[in-house]
Design a protein around this ligand. Sequence first.
Ligand code: AMP
Ligand code: MG
Length: 325
Amino acid sequence: MTAGTGEIEKAADVLRAGGLVALPTETVYGLGANAEDPAAVARVFQVKGRPPSHPLIIHIAGAEHLDAWVDDVPAAARLPAERFWPGPLTLVLRRGRRVPPEVTGGLETVAVRVPDHPVALALLSTFGGAVAAPSANRFGSVSPTTADHVRTELGDAVDVVLDGGPCRVGVESTIVDATSETLGILRPGGVTREDLEAVLGRALPVPETSRVRVPGQHPSHYAPRAPVVLVAPDRIAAEAALAQDRGRRVGILLPPSVPEEAVKAHAIVAVPASTTAYARGLFGFLRELDEHDCDVILASLPPEERLGAAVANRLRRAAGPRPSH
Ligand code: AMP
Ligand code: MG
């Protein structure tokens, strides 16, 4: 059930007292702390097992509050803020004095956004400050898109979990470097490159060619327990058969071009043809395949248009090399 006013007021008190609140947003669920409280922010890193050098995004109640948290907003950053906030767009700007360096991993820049979710917005305006919040999952694993995902993964480590239903977008925000007039995408996400370019009236550099090093962009991230292997759609049936014959429990994110009867696997999730629906479901699908105890997950990259770019980015990272431990 969606959190009501009473719960939201209680959650704002928890933030004021230095506690942690898991909150729904339109992208994924966040693990929030008062951005101005270094001890609370330290607990976020500790609960997630996230290295302190990986900066957090701060969430504010509206674009009109931006100047309280950042210095020197380039003119070019105002338009996307006006057009896409509230929404799944994060702007990296010069850090203002109110933001402690613990939030930004010591960087002189800070990532800011206004989430487009009634519960998140109500919490932010009741609380009155900024909420530093990464995704509410353990570092490196799949982001939560329901309150149940958060409860299962973080349980008692969080003081309050606000339920806001399943996330509408399902993948994280698009991060744009807005520290200079030349904007650049650092991470594809819920606002598409196509929509940003239409608003700005010009092309944006693609993530790989972006000039800013992005902390926290490890090769392996957004990863389920089972290893993810990327395969072309026309190879997926053969690869699945091979692995099954070797006794492995194969899970498949089945691309829409491949008929289900054509594949033999331990668990199959048929991927929606719409990339919007795929983005919304992606992290839940990966969790579902983990619940089936798959030994390996086969997936194909969707066409990298619109939200397909964010889905492909997350799948590549899920399939990235993992630290051995
Ligand atoms: P998460 O909230 O887990 O999706 O991660 C937030 C991501 O935002 C980090 O992994 C960074 O890639 C990015 N980020 C946050 N702050 C900055 C910053 N100051 N400069 C560049 N990227 C940032
Ligand atoms: Mg995350």
